[in-house]
Design a protein around this ligand. Structure first.
Ligand code: SAM
Length: 280
């Protein structure tokens, strides 16, 4: 579809600059994106034709992790850092289907998410939206909407799904520690992250995708190693990703899948992992 047939950009949005939320929306087949966003995916597709599977695998992990947290985890409040634009299954819909009383606070700072995503995401009085920088934990933890609707004396789930790979500095573990320190015992953290599997072939692919993302008009997208991603769960017990494995990271598509895997995962699907950790 051409941009002319799309809704014009909201006031204050520069359609000549790619945004993480809109590139992700484009990868998921949404309509809230511009040519510049699709161009980022086209550039990465030259080195990884299945690039959109990064977004699909990430989103499917989010859905299953939220369902797990609301059912088995008994979690009733969710702090969703980097909500993204509304899509088919949003966090509040997933967890409020389990229990209508479950509370969700979405946090994002993208102007398009704020302008119309916010209106669509906040559809009841148990769902709220905070405009804050998720890579400055004090900004989120001290945010008035967050403080009003999330009770930090009761277990909660902190979601960083598809976000931390857009944090390019090397001190992401310290950033996550600030969040984890603020969580009460029994809380959970869910993360999905671009992954460098460190095998000859896939390490090269991950490196090539990272190079293109970092030099694209979006400017972020790091593929970290397993140890680098594990460091984002400081002091947390990782949940087993399937009945046979002890707690650890797992490829997003293999983290408690909804059924048997009927075809081999492609190379891109092998470059994104997820995990859920619990604070003892
Ligand atoms: N969590 C959703 C999911 O997994 O489907 C959306 C992931 S999307 C790839 C990342 C989101 O993080 C985007 O909506 C983007 O605007 C948001 N984001 C990126 N950097 C941010 C920042 N510094 N502060 C707040 N939000 C940010």
């Amino acid at each position: 579809m051409t941009d002319e047939r799309r809704v014009p950009p909201p006031v204050g949005v520069d359609p000549s600059r790619a945004s993480i939320a809109r590139v992700y929306d484009a990868a998921l087949g949404g309509k809230d994106n511009y040519e510049i966003d699709r161009e980022v995916l086209a550039q990465v597709a030259k080195v990884a034709p299945e690039v959109n599977d990064l977004a699909r695998s990430n989103r499917k992990f989010l859905v299953r992790a939220c369902r797990f947290l609301a059912t088995k985890g008994g979690i009733t409040q969710f702090l969703d850092c980097g909500s993204g634009l509304p899509t088919a299954e949003n966090t509040h819909q997933i967890v409020q289907r389990v229990d209508q009383g479950n509370r969700v606070v979405y946090v994002d700072n993208d102007p398009v998410v704020i302008s119309h995503g916010k209106a669509l995401l906040v559809e009841n009085d148990r769902t709220h939206f905070a405009d804050a920088d998720i890579f400055t934990p004090a900004d989120v933890l001290g945010n008035d909407v967050v403080r009003e609707h999330i009770d930090f004396t009761e277990p909660l789930a902190l979601l960083q799904v598809g976000t931390l790979h857009h944090y390019t500095p090397d001190n992401g573990a310290e950033l996550m520690k600030e969040y984890v320190d603020a969580l009460p015992s029994g809380s959970y953290v869910a993360i999905a992250h671009f992954f460098n599997p460190e095998t000859d072939e896939l390490a090269q692919l991950a490196q090539r995708m990272e190079d293109v993302f970092l030099h694209s008009p979006m400017g972020s997208g790091r593929f970290r190693t397993a140890d680098e991603i594990r460091a984002f769960f400081p002091g947390l017990e990782l949940m087993p990703p399937n009945p046979e494995k002890p707690g650890d990271l797992e490829l997003c598509d293999l983290w408690w899948p909804t059924g048997p895997t009927l075809r081999p995962l492609n190379q891109v699907e092998r470059c994104i992992v997820g995990a859920v950790g619990r604070k003892p």
